[in-house]
Design a protein around this ligand. Sequence first.
Ligand code: COA
Length: 175
Amino acid sequence: MTTDNESIVAPGTPESIAVYPGTFDPITNGHLDIIERGLHLFDRVIIAVAVNAEKEPLFPLEERLQMIRDCFPNDKERVEVNSVSGLLVDYAFKQGAKAIIRGFRAVSDFDYEFQLALMNRRLEREVETVFLMTGFRWIFISSSIIKDAARHGGDVSGLVPDHVREMLQEKYLAG
Ligand code: COA
């Protein structure tokens, strides 16, 4: 993915930062689409990879961090990839972020997203949630459905970056 690498911040102007959280097990082209849209709105996007106790990820945290960093070889100025284990809003606030980005794929995302955004606002009013509409091509994908297809030998090229497709193949061949 290519984005404008030059800073869009005028000297003396505070940077606008957004946090884009998720489990990213693995990152998909749908996530990348949201990040690209976020970079049109914010100077910097911090991808916050959740240490999610409720999910048992296929890829350990370090592998998820690295696979995401490998998606942005030329965007180190504007895209940062970190892990987050506590409350998301606390992390966002400490990073100086003014927004949390969430992607909408379908109406079915609404209830959960609404709840999450209102709870996050209650916990920290300084951080707004911004919803971005996923590109139409990606509305049907999720990390789970990609893993399911890959596990059964399905071709997931075009739905995840090439290096992620290779990592999926290696995992399932090894398994
Ligand atoms: N394209 C493709 N897939 C997408 C997508 C997009 N644009 N947006 C979401 N998805 C998929 C994800 O891959 C994920 O798929 P999976 O369930 O198959 O793994 C699914 O939709 C759900 O994604 P998301 O809603 O982002 O959940 P998540 O588990 O990845 O992340 C956190 C949830 C991390 C944002 C949330 O648990 C959190 O904020 N945790 C921090 C702790 C905290 O603060 N808790 C209090 C919150 S009130």
